[in-house]
Design a binder for this molecule. Structure first.
Ligand code: AMP
Ligand code: MG
Length: 487
């Protein structure tokens, strides 16, 4: 296994080898005219890959699975899942392949995965393809999440295939090369369970423990400890989404990882004006995955994971259920604590701030933001200046600043720390109007706005002169934003 930057990278095929029941060997479709649109050089180096090599025609072919690197055994992964609450016992990678795993320069095992690489046996009616806009979108948003310090899959590259793809119109095709600490999801366990294969379930759980939650191995009941660890990881993850105003958009159980990384950036968006009901996905008519529902949905998904894990928790089903219910009971507290602590930091209040003072302050603020339809991200960043004695940026966001003044008086009495606020309130997020502008230009062949935006989002917490247009709310004529899932 290569541990330094080298000209050839050796892949492992651990998942393919150990989980034959879940891995269908498959080849990526040949791209007629591959063109590298974006390469994440820092991530490449972290994986031990030479960026210069990846930029060659040969390297580009490797990035889309058209030249299979040594040791790689591309597979489509099988999984089940609840989509919008309805259960599908067989989903699987319809347009994606796991190329294999690599050991990065820190010694961590990482999946290298292709999205948009052609039809697989799981494709059903789908064409197996992806298009440039949505793949660049995943690149942009996942890298922005990473820069904000939120656990996420990463994006190594987007390659245009040269193949036109039929959507509402004909659009240029692309493959995203995705990197993840693994692609194990709630749906992987649901698949093992629905097929009644307890031995497979146990091997999957052992694999998840060794890869993601090694402390669970030392517990009296390792599988229960694994479940607890996933609950904790997801409670923390969803709290972080909520704190930055992120709406995932399609929290199906096949899109929830065991590692606790955000995965599958489809119809996701960051909200502008604070709105608990914010929904951006064109297919989420009922608002199941609305902003404020996300913690509840995470808990619902974890309950589906519990059902899948039951045979491992106890041989007696009733006792297994009792154990699972007890573990699930921790989710709300873990989530609330993570969110409240995060919210306190966003207001510059440390752990010493009393919850009975900070709590009402937070609630009043959110009610005020909702009422005034105030831009969530700009307001919180502007509030840092208010802590330094310059309240105008935040104050002028309200048409009637009276309530803000009254709130500010109470808040300032708690002596907020402005530097703490600047460390957790981003200046730059992937705002919908900026993302659309960058993707529109890229689809038409101009990648400059995309590269500039990626660059801005790499340092989300550091305000830089000249980047004002990236920090402000959407223009008033941007209207109500919708993104589409049929990507
Ligand atoms: P997602 O909501 O993107 O996670 O996708 C849900 C399921 O649909 C997964 O099994 C995907 O592999 C499959 N899928 C999505 N788009 C396509 C497509 N264009 N062709 C084939 N399968 C697809
Ligand atoms: Mg998915």
């Amino acid at each position: 296994m290569s541990t330094t930057t080298s000209t050839t990278l050796t892949f492992d095929g651990r998942f393919a080898r150990e989980f034959e029941e879940l891995a269908v060997p498959w080849q990526a479709e040949e791209a007629p005219s591959p063109q590298l649109l974006v390469l994440n050089e820092r991530l490449a180096s972290e994986l031990g890959l030479d960026p210069a090599l990846l930029r060659t025609p040969e390297g580009t072919l490797m990035l889309i699975g058209n030249r299979v690197p040594e040791g790689a055994t591309p597979v489509a992964q099988a999984y089940a899942g609840h989509q919008f609450g309805g259960y599908s016992p067989l989903l699987g990678d319809g347009r994606a392949l796991l190329l294999g795993e690599v050991t990065d320069i820190h010694g961590r095992l990482r999946d290298v995965h292709l999205k948009g690489s052609g039809r697989t046996p799981f494709a059903r009616a789908g064409d197996g393809l992806a298009v440039v806009g949505p793949m660049l979108r995943e690149y942009l948003v996942s890298e922005a999440m990473y820069a904000m310090g939120i656990p996420t899959t990463r994006s190594l590259a987007v390659v245009a295939t040269g193949r036109p793809v039929r959507r509402e119109t004909m659009l240029p095709g692309a493959v995203l090369t995705r990197v993840a600490s693994s692609h194990l999801r709630v749906g992987s366990f649901q698949f093992a369970r629905v097929n009644g294969d307890t031995e497979l379930l146990r091997r999957l759980a052992d694999h998840a423990i060794s890869r993601h939650h090694p402390d669970a191995a030392k517990a009296d009941q390792p599988y229960l400890a694994l479940f607890d660890a996933v609950i904790a990881a997801q409670a923390s993850l969803v709290a972080q989404w909520m704190l930055v105003g992120f709406v995932h958009g399609v929290m199906n159980t096949d899109n929830m990882t065991i590692s606790g990384e955000t995965i599958d950036y489809g119809p996701c968006a960051f909200m502008d004006a604070f709105n608990p009901g914010a929904v951006y996905s064109s297919i989420d008519a009922g608002g199941r995955y609305a902003y404020a529902n996300q913690p509840v949905i995470a808990e619902w998904n974890l309950t589906r994971l519990a059902e899948a894990l039951l045979p491992l928790l106890h041989e007696d089903q009733e006792q297994a259920v009792a154990l699972a219910v007890e573990s699930l009971g921790a989710f709300r507290n873990l989530y609330s604590t993570a969110w409240s602590t995060g919210m306190k930091s966003k207001l510059g209040l440390g752990a010493e701030a009393r919850d009975d003072e900070a709590g009402p302050l937070v609630n009043d603020l959110l009610a005020m933001l909702e009422e005034g339809q105030v831009d969530y991200t700009s307001f919180l960043r502007g509030l840092g200046s208010a802590a330094r004695g310059t309240p105008d940026a935040a104050r002028t966001m309200f048409t009637d600043p009276g309530a803000f003044d009254a709130w500010t008086k109470k808040w300032l009495a708690l002596a907020p720390d402005a530097d703490m606020m600047d460390r957790v309130n981003p200046v730059y997020i992937p705002r919908n109007h900026l993302v659309e502008e960058a993707l529109g230009a890229a689809t038409a062949g101009d990648l400059d706005p995309f590269h500039r935006l990626v660059d801005v989002l790499t340092q989300p917490y550091t305000e830089r002169p000249g980047l004002e247009r990236y920090a402000g709310p959407a223009p008033v004529d941007f209207g109500s934003y919708r993104t589409f899932c049929g990507t």
